[in-house]
Write a protein that binds this ligand. Structure first.
Ligand SMILES: Cc1cc2nc3c(=O)[nH]c(=O)nc-3n(C[C@H](O)[C@H](O)[C@H](O)COP(=O)(O)OP(=O)(O)OC[C@H]3O[C@@H](n4cnc5c(N)ncnc54)[C@H](O)[C@@H]3O)c2cc1C
Length: 167
């Protein structure tokens, strides 16, 4: 449904945690004609093991990823970086995928995705495609996501044992 709306509406923006988008709307720095609120999509907040790494779906909140035992074990850099993102109240709403889609060059999570060599799954009414981190971030607040695409999932490769970030 969200993908159908994104493909049919002109000038639509996805609303995830709203922690970056809402301030932009408040200050009239963004004036999209439509908001596609994905918050009530059931079962779109999984944090799970796949393909030697961790998949983080679009509605997984930053706080949930930070608290995940799986993330702590397999991808400690992600857990440690999340502790530096804003403060807990923001992380209770903000999503990992929203931070990646927002592509603020000062953000922690795009840097983590790039450093680990992860990627994202972009979904649209036309299907889905995988975008490697180095092809995702194209400029300041710019990504290679198309206007009708939802960033459905981020994928962070597991860190090998004894890599520098392990305690
Ligand atoms: C006070 C404050 C301090 C902050 N400090 C930091 C910080 O220190 N470090 C840091 O990294 N971040 C910080 N942030 C930003 C925070 O991490 C946001 O949660 C994050 O940048 C955006 O995630 P979101 O889910 O809130 O996205 P939203 O605000 O809902 O959306 C942000 C943008 O991404 C797009 N988008 C969101 N989800 C998707 C999706 N699934 N598919 C396609 N497009 C999508 C939206 O259309 C919008 O353009 C701070 C925010 C606040 C309010």
């Amino acid at each position: 449904m969200a993908c159908a709306l994104l493909s049919s509406l002109e000038d639509a923006k996805v609303l995830a945690g709203g922690q970056s988008l809402m301030p932009l709307l408040n200050f009239r720095l963004a004036r999209p004609a439509h908001l596609v609120d994905i918050n009530r999509i059931d079962g779109f907040d999984r944090i799970y093991e796949r393909d030697g790494g961790i998949g983080v779906q679009a509605l997984a909140r930053q706080a949930a990823v930070e608290d995940s035992d799986l993330v702590a074990r397999a991808c400690p850099l992600l857990r440690d970086a999340l502790r530096l993102v804003a403060h807990r109240v923001i992380r209770n709403r903000g999503t990992v995928c929203g931070s990646l889609a927002h592509a603020d060059p000062a953000s922690e999570l795009p840097a983590v995705l790039l450093a680990l060599g992860g990627g994202v799954v972009a979904m649209s009414a036309r299907g889905q495609r995988v975008i490697a981190a180095q092809d995702l971030f194209t400029g300041v607040f710019e990504t290679s996501l198309r206007s009708d695409e939802l960033l459905a999932e981020a994928w962070f490769p597991a860190s090998p044992p004894k890599s520098g970030i392990h305690e």
